[in-house]
Design a protein around this ligand. Sequence first.
Ligand code: SF4
Length: 380
Amino acid sequence: MMDRDKIFVAYGSDGLEGARRLLEASGAAALFEPGMRVGLKPNLVVAKPASSGATTSPQVVAGVVEFLRDLGVRDVTVMEGAWAGDSTVRAWQACGYRELEKKYGVRLQDLKSDKTRGVLAEGLRLEVCVSPLEVDRLVNMPVLKGHCQTMMTCALKNLKGCLPDSEKRRFHSIGLHKPIAALNTVFHPDLILVDSLCGDITFEEGGNPVEMNRLILGTDPVKVDAYGASLLGIPLSEIEHLTLAERMGVGSSEILPDTVTELSRDGQQPLAKHGALPRAARHLARHVDARNACSICYAGLIHALYRLDGQGAPREAPNKIHIGQGFKGIRDKGVGVGDCAGGFETRVRGCPPKAEDILRVLRVLRGFHAAQGTPLTDSS
Ligand code: SF4
């Protein structure tokens, strides 16, 4: 059995290689035996490619399929139902899953036409799809991204794709947060592999993608989502479905110093492309002086600035925020984000730093400018 207290993280833009590396390093092979029926539940919410920030990359799915084939597991089905406004088959095509089908023989089980079953969960009667309940192993493969109603979406909310369309609509009429949490007492994925290569900063349907170049693996959906929230700079208290799921006993949000194992980052990290920022984040980039910043570092800063902006922060930053390998060894006044810019007077440690840590320091700065004159302290 895998340890529910552990989370594994791999960095880089290669989804296939990253997924394989994570699965091998985490000991996930112990979950599978030849001849098992395995269901993969990606996020194919809309007919938009992964580069839009909405859907799970087919490369990450390919990494899981190859890993399973090496273990002798060949009965692998992708199980998903796009949101009520789109067709799963259209999403399958637009997201590049036809190529997976051709190369590996992976089938789509469109959950929109699946058999359903009524279940009682936390006092709610829910109508759920049957197929994901009947496989030997279920692998949840969400995208880590923002969401306009639930703040973020990751492992817990991704299971909403295991509902018929009528029930997806009804979830909104009965409050969304509690039914999402309750749904996680019905489905118990054996493994969670989060695609955090490129997630939308604001909406689940994409359009404002931020490259984060990271994959996350775990087995406790509450812990995985809590870790994801820290990367987006969202306090857990603002994610109602997550706090409810924890209260229902789905998992634990506790992240201890030894919870996260980061796999070694061999080779060059992809650098941030400053010309390709999402619409929602473009004005934020004016606050940043980036020199050879890794995309994962830059993404954390953009998420933090976005959260701060949403809280009424001034749009004009009095100081530039420095980030990137080009600031290594430079000592100066001002703000540095990441270990490379650790020589600045105020700095955020980490390689890469988390958005929640960046946000903490930026809030202090905002307080400083409002107060007009309190000296900045070392926030490392
Ligand atoms: S601290 Fe430097 S090396 Fe580390 S992620 Fe940021 S820019 Fe890259």
